[in-house]
Design a protein around this ligand. Structure first.
Ligand code: CUA
Length: 290
């Protein structure tokens, strides 16, 4: 398509250049003043060629490109994955093992993955440019797209439909890894959260459960069962926070929970009225959830 569009574009530019070079001379190049040639050129370049090219491109894209990128028929793929867009992060649910994670979506390589895309609020668009085309997440609908990665690696994804203040910070990562490694990851993610180790982390867990945190976030195996924000059962195993906005280091995590609005203005996570040492304790607890 790029080659065809490029050829048409260069042809148009070439004719403009010819017209400009000959701006002083009357009539057409080669054809002179012939009225017949005038009409013939208009019919050829104004109607016949564009109509032929557009019809040919339509047939190629409809019969070939669409089929190559279409969602797979139900039951054909080896892995199904539900991805839910939220303002402004991505939830990923693996029906197998009941695993729920956020923004870092693991898939096995050389496996066709059926992604069912939904939304919890407004229209978003799930897009991993290196793995397939975009798919919109539309309220009340289940849309599907296939992901297939031949090589292991991290493939960047981005929400591709304007969805509010932090649309640009609604990124994600698809991590493709060999099957055995993926299975290990899935098994680890299916486990309940690790018990806090050490006094600081224990204090952090208490603060988490007492404060608003537990109302919005789930931590598997604890009283925290909120569903508004990302599942934090294994948050310590992720590389990033805030839908790829910052790195997940102890320092950055503490900065995030102390004042999320400073990092991602408009984010739905409120700041809490706690002391610096309390934030330190919560961060220590969360970092331990690997
Ligand atoms: Cu979600 Cu843009």
């Amino acid at each position: 398509m790029l080659v065809v569009a490029g050829t048409v574009f260069l042809g148009t530019v070439a004719m403009l250049v010819v017209a400009w070079v000959r701006r002083g001379s009357p009539g057409l190049p080669f054809f002179g003043d012939s009225e017949k040639a005038n009409v013939g050129l208009v019919i050829a370049f104004g109607m016949a060629i564009p109509v032929t090219i557009l019809i040919a491109l339509f047939i190629v894209s409809d019969l070939y490109v669409m089929q190559q990128t279409d969602a797979p028929p139900a039951g054909r793929t080896e892995l199904k994955l539900v991805v839910i867009g939220h303002q402004w992060w991505w939830e990923a649910r693996y029906p197998e093992g009941g695993v729920v994670t956020a923004n870092e979506i693991h898939i096995p390589t050389n496996t066709s993955v059926d992604v069912v895309a939904r939304t919890a609020d407004v229209i978003h668009s799930f897009w991993v440019p290196e793995l397939n085309r975009k798919i919109d997440t539309i309220p009340g609908q289940n849309n599907q797209v296939e992901l297939f990665a031949e090589r292991p690696g991290a493939y960047r994804g981005q929400c591709a439909e304007f969805c509010g203040l932090e649309h640009a910070h609604m990124s994600f990562r698809v991590i493709a890894e060999p099957k055995a490694k993926f299975e290990r990851w899935l098994t680890a993610q299916a486990k309940p959260a690790a018990e806090p180790s050490g006094g600081l982390a224990e204090r952090g867990k208490e603060l988490f459960d007492e404060n608003a945190c537990a109302g919005c976030h789930t931590i598997g195996g604890t009283p925290a069962e909120g569903t508004i924000g990302p599942d934090l059962t294994h948050v310590g195993s992720r590389e990033t926070l805030g839908a790829l906005t910052i790195e997940n280091t102890p320092r950055e995590l503490q900065r995030w929970i102390t004042n999320p609005q400073a990092i991602k203005p408009g984010v739905k996570m409120p700041g809490l009225e706690l002391s610096g040492s309390d934030f330190h304790a919560i961060a220590a607890y969360l970092e331990g959830l690997r």
